[in-house]
Design a protein around this ligand. Structure first.
Ligand SMILES: [Zn+2]
Length: 432
């Protein structure tokens, strides 16, 4: 494929501290990857190349949502008066159990992927359900969409309602079969081990999953110290472990090469601090869901300053909105709340939250999230953010998009350097 140049106001974060802005810049893309980013005059070698001029529109990296429950898509914005355990029992478990019906799964998952694409989320890590066939369908739909994803089948064999629970041996068997049948299907979509959370998994189950993680070199995606009640319950069930995190360490779930993604991490102890560093884990901050379902706010600013990797998640249906740009804004908002109630805590600025949603989130899929040579061109072109008679800077336009914009501001979407059309993908998914 020949080189193609995209011209516009280029914005991304090279470091968390500030936005890199290139006005009238060019991004040269070949075979889906960025060759170079050009400031100022175009070099002669590109004289014959195709130039797509987006004027004063912003070109930004696409977003990564590293924690979302695919089956809870239909629950977004309902049941929000509950706290975690009531919400799980009254809304979530009954609804998720419906995914044994593959036609139901198809209807919901097609809409979910369509919304991802509309809102500019092209990389994701998903929770699913215990149902093999629906999980397999979602995996193949993600492949069809072109998105980058870690998906699989979740595991839960205790402390769950009798209509939505697995038998231990079958849970491990199904998971191994899932890995074998899916791991070589795609470069973009990869399996990951997904125990729901420690209190719904027996020791035997977690040990079995730990062996699979090692045998197939897979990563782990689960919840960690999400609420004080959950952390205390885990300790009660696994008394030989100092904390939630040590359960996964002791039972071998951190030994595979894939990414280790921990959602929430609101009350990390010293043990979690050690484990997160030692195993190069990514903690996933989910600010909407934190506000809706759980109590407490992840100390994301302190953790980031201390070298921990922090990405963002919508955590739909705990969270209520799929657009990750809004999670960027919400991250700043709730960090100010935390600072108000805990004056020693330092709030975050927009560039840091944007870095979480693009660079750290993208990094678990390869070179994604920056506009630098060698990076995959997964990008959005946005505009329509200015008011008449009052001009915003490019940085302010990005900020406005995060706080007050929506999918109508996203005019073009690129995955691997190819423009995608969410409506067309949606039509295709509905027929799978
Ligand atoms: Zn979650």
């Amino acid at each position: 494929m020949p080189v193609r140049l995209y011209k516009g106001t280029i914005i991304y974060t090279d470091t968390p501290e500030k936005l890199t802005v290139i006005k009238n810049g060019y991004i040269a893309v070949k075979d889906g990857r960025i060759e170079e980013v050009i400031t100022g005059e175009l070099p002669k070698k590109y004289a014959e190349s195709d130039i797509i001029d987006y004027g004063d529109s912003l070109i930004i990296p696409a977003f990564s949502d590293l924690h979302i429950h695919a089956p809870q898509f239909v629950e977004r914005g309902v049941g929000m008066d509950c706290l975690l355990f009531d919400w799980l029992n009254n809304y979530t478990f009954p609804q998720e159990s419906r995914f044994k019906d593959i036609n139901y799964a198809k209807t919901i998952y097609a809409q979910l992927i369509y919304e991802f694409l509309k809102h500019g989320t092209f990389q994701t890590a998903l929770f699913t359900t215990i149902h093999y066939d629906s999980c397999s369908l979602l995996y193949k739909m993600l492949m069809e969409s072109g998105m980058y994803a870690y998906s699989g089948k979740i595991n839960m064999d205790m402390n769950s309602p009798e209509f939505y629970v697995e038998e231990t041996g079958k849970s491990i068997e199904d998971t191994e079969r899932f890995i074998i049948e899916h791991r070589d299907l795609s470069d973009h979509v990869k399996p990951i081990i997904i125990p729901r959370f420690a209190p719904t998994c027996s020791r035997e189950l977690l040990e079995g999953l730990g062996k699979l993680a090692q045998k197939y070199d897979l990563g782990l995606h689960t919840h960690l110290v999400e609420s004080k009640a959950e952390a205390a319950w885990s300790k009660e069930l696994f008394p030989d472990c100092a904390s939630d995190g040590e359960i996964y360490e002791k039972l071998g779930l951190l030994n595979g090469k894939g990414p280790k993604l921990f959602a929430h991490v609101i009350f990390p102890t010293e043990t979690e601090d050690r484990i997160l560093k030692q195993y190069d884990c990514v903690s996933v901050h989910c600010p909407d869901s934190t506000s809706n379902i759980t109590a407490g706010i992840m100390p994301s600013s302190t953790m980031m300053d201390n070298g921990y990797k922090i990405a963002l998640g919508s955590d739909v249906g705990g969270g209520h909105f799929l657009g990750m740009y809004r999670q960027v804004a919400r991250t700043v908002q709730i960090s100010k709340m935390k600072e108000f109630y805990e004056p020693d805590y330092k709030r975050l600025v927009l560039s840091k939250a944007f870095y979480m949603a693009t660079v750290t989130g993208g990094s678990v899929f390869g070179k994604i999230g920056k506009f630098k040579p060698g990076y995959i061109f997964n990008a959005l072109v946005i505009n329509g953010l200015q008011d008449e008679g009052y001009e915003l800077s490019p940085e302010e336009c990005l900020e406005r998009f995060c706080y007050a914009g929506d999918d109508r501001n996203i005019k073009h979407r690129f995955i691997d350097g190819r423009e995608i059309n969410p409506e067309k993908v949606f039509e295709k998914l509905k027929t799978m």
